[in-house]
Design a protein around this ligand. Sequence first.
Ligand code: HEC
Ligand code: HEC
Length: 185
Amino acid sequence: MDKAGIPMRRKRRLGASLIGWACCLGAAIAAFGAAPAADTDRDLHRYWDTRCKDCHGDAGPFARRTLQVQDGRLIGTHHEQNLDLFLQHHYLTADLVAPVTRMLAAQVATPPLFAQHCSACHTNAADFARKSLTLRGDVPVGLRSGRPVADFLKTHGGLAPDEIPIVVETLKRVLRETQPARDGS
Ligand code: HEC
Ligand code: HEC
């Protein structure tokens, strides 16, 4: 066990799959652009929790279980060809189809490190981002300490060094998805 109580065994297993995830994430960014995941003033995670969660559960596990990014497109298990069209008629207002599609694609491409290493103490990434973090320019920082999350994680949370940038990127994305106004986008 390390400081945060994470068994080392699990970390090594996860490490082996990180390279695959990194490739996948690169492809997703190339496909969907680096545009902020939220171009709406709505909190996408809150929207998901109130409008989609009853049927699909949490967004991240749903995305990883059900969706894939292929040739730059998000495709579903049931809706391979026309997911976009399907989503336009599936509980989403028109302006939310693109941001929610980007959020789901990013989740497909992101290993669930936060859930595995942080959720025991910090619930989920969206809640943690809303309550405890903010963006200083492009850098996620702790609200209380004012310290960059990347710094903080060197001695907190029990991540391997190569996992830290992935969690920082995840939290940056989630900050934008939950608090787009603070990002100025
Ligand atoms: C009342 C239940 C219900 C709600 C609410 C709901 N969905 Fe669905 N969703 C389904 C069912 C059932 C399917 C699969 C059947 C189908 O494809 O028509 C589905 C399919 C999907 C798929 C495609 C999965 C695949 O394998 O192709 C996506 C993506 C999706 N939903 C996203 C959302 C989002 C985003 C929201 C909220 C804005 C939402 N859903 C709200 C029931 C729901
Ligand atoms: C064993 C419980 C535990 C785990 C696991 C844990 N944290 Fe924490 N974390 C805390 C506590 C308690 C605090 C508040 C006290 C403090 O600031 O040290 C905190 C503070 C933080 C802060 C500072 C917030 C601020 O206002 O400056 C960040 C950032 C953070 N955690 C991120 C993470 C991330 C990311 C992970 C997973 C890699 C993680 N933590 C895992 C308990 C935990």
